[in-house]
Design a protein around this ligand. Structure first.
Ligand SMILES: Cc1cc2nc3c(=O)[nH]c(=O)nc-3n(C[C@H](O)[C@H](O)[C@H](O)COP(=O)(O)OP(=O)(O)OC[C@H]3O[C@@H](n4cnc5c(N)ncnc54)[C@H](O)[C@@H]3O)c2cc1C
Length: 446
């Protein structure tokens, strides 16, 4: 079947590669277990073929052909996802969106249309050149794509002020598994069904997003920061909740372990950014409101290295396993959840470090982002045990399963804890969209 599908793809003029290096490049996402396997020269999985469609029409042709032959298709944006999502365990087609790379700015209406494969860093650079910013900046900005953001329901570092990807999204075009193209009339808002939202967090189960229209913002004239030191996480969280009334663009709280790493400081640290008109006076009020001790320079220090992930490539080849677990909770559960999850991770034999920061804030609560590293005898066993214990501790203490990385295969055993009875509706929707189950098989559920 795959041979006939490849012949038809070529006949349709699609760029197709069966080169070993392309298959290896599309054999996994950024889940740390994959990195360990690759270092042992084991490929997690290999597609039979990689395709690089250049337009929505070409994506439609790829899916029509795959659907005809029942060939599995795994969708790849930047492959920066960390949840073992699009790994092509059943071979078939790896569909790269990277050639869907057009960008059109509509300055009048403060929006940008971007191909799904546009990498965030390139988009932000183009926008900055025209005096705009996306203000969606995940730490993976330079290695993730616009389509990947929608598919994973991503969060950027400025989400507290500007919202997550679902709040920035105006419209999208997607191709369904049988090749049908769906889009909608663009409007700043509509009542009635808003079905594009089905694609937010869909992790490639329902279709391939090919084009996205997002809000953009003028680059802010004023940009003020504050840095504050605390003795406990609880004090910092209480101040963060109070600061929300001042509409900060960004708040982060680093626990004592991360404060040492970032600032050489044995305290809990809160940083906040205020931007736009009146930012100066809001920052002044913030300084008077907080109960902690005002400090200097921590915000600037973190902003200067907010995309630096070089530690990963230093410690993973040494045999350490390293990962992050992000969960959301309401304010009332925050302090207890933080301590319980940290303790749960530390209790797993082999753990070298467990720390956290809080990075996305809402009127009703926040997201904690836990980081762990271990040096265990059995990497895979250790890794699974940390995840089991951490998610159990989160759920027991009012937290959830994922704030922004998604479900993939890594978290599928907790999907029902996350969405309860909706899981059967989700399965029905998947079956309706994808009768032959060709897209991202094994992601979220089998
Ligand atoms: C160092 C590092 C830092 C990170 N920081 C953040 C962060 O700050 N915030 C955050 O939210 N995430 C972060 N992530 C996770 C990751 O970058 C996000 O999940 C990102 O949105 C994935 O985008 P991608 O283009 O790399 O998608 P991929 O990894 O290629 O794909 C992710 C999932 O989306 C599907 N998919 C991709 N493109 C499409 C499409 N066009 N249509 C349909 N389905 C599609 C894939 O099949 C897969 O299931 C980080 C990851 C790393 C490695």
């Amino acid at each position: 079947m795959i041979d006939r599908a490849v012949e038809e793809l070529k006949a349709a003029g699609i760029s197709v590669s069966t080169a070993e290096e392309d298959k290896i490049a599309y054999c996994k996402d950024f889940n740390p277990l994959h990195l360990h396997r690759l270092l042992k020269k084991e490929t997690p999985a290999l597609p039979d073929v990689v395709v690089f469609p250049k337009s929505t029409e070409e994506v439609s042709a790829v899916l029509r052909i795959a659907n005809t032959y029942g060939v599995p298709v795994y969708i790849f944006g930047g492959a920066s996802g960390v949840i073992d999502a699009a790994t092509p365990y059943e071979g078939g087609i790896a569909l790269s969106t990277l050639a869907l790379n057009r960008v059109e700015i509509d300055a009048d209406n403060r929006m940008v249309k971007a191909g799904a494969g546009v990498v965030g860093g390139r988009l932000e650079k183009i926008l900055n050149h025209h005096g705009f910013t996306l203000r969606h900046s995940p730490q993976s900005l330079y290695c993730s794509t616009v389509g990947g953001w929608v598919a994973t329901a991503a969060s950027g570092q400025f989400s507290t002020g500007y919202g997550n990807i679902e709040n920035l999204l105006i419209s999208l075009t997607a191709v369904l598994p049988d090749g049908e193209v769906v889009t909608e009339k663009m409007t700043p808002r509509r009542a009635g069904p808003d079905l594009k939202k089905l694609f937010v967090g869909s992790e490639g189960l329902l279709g391939v997003v090919t084009e996205v229209v997002m809000k953009i913002f003028e680059l802010p004239e004023e940009f003020l920061t504050i840095s504050v030191e605390y003795d406990t996480m609880g004090e910092a969280v209480r101040d963060a909740k109070a600061l929300m009334s001042l509409k900060p663009a960004l708040i982060r709280i680093f626990d004592d372990e991360e404060s040492i790493r970032y600032f050489d400081l044995e305290k809990f640290t809160l940083i906040a950014v205020f931007e736009g008109k009146g930012a100066g006076s809001r920052a002044d009020i913030a300084k008077k409101m907080v109960s902690g001790e005002i400090a200097e320079g921590y915000a600037e220090k973190w902003l200067g290295r907010r995309f630096d992930v070089s530690d990963i490539s230093k410690i993973v080849p040494l045999g350490f396993i390293f990962d992050t677990i992000e969960v959301a909770c309401f304010w009332g559960d925050a302090e207890r959840l933080y301590h319980e999850v940290i303790n749960a991770i530390r209790r797993v034999e082999g753990t070298v470090t467990a720390s956290a920061h809080a990075s996305h804030f809402y009127e009703s609560g926040l997201c904690f982002y836990f980081t762990f590293a271990g040096y265990p005898e059995d990497v895979e066993k250790y890794y699974r045990e940390v995840w089991e214990r951490a998610i159990k501790a989160s759920l027991k203490n009012g937290g959830n399963v994922t704030h922004h990385h998604g479900i993939g295969r890594l978290r599928k055993s907790w999907l029902s804890a996350e969405i309860g009875g909706y899981i059967s509706i989700l399965k029905d929707i998947k079956t309706m969209f994808d009768k032959r189950n060709i897209l991202n098989r094994g992601v979220m559920f089998d």
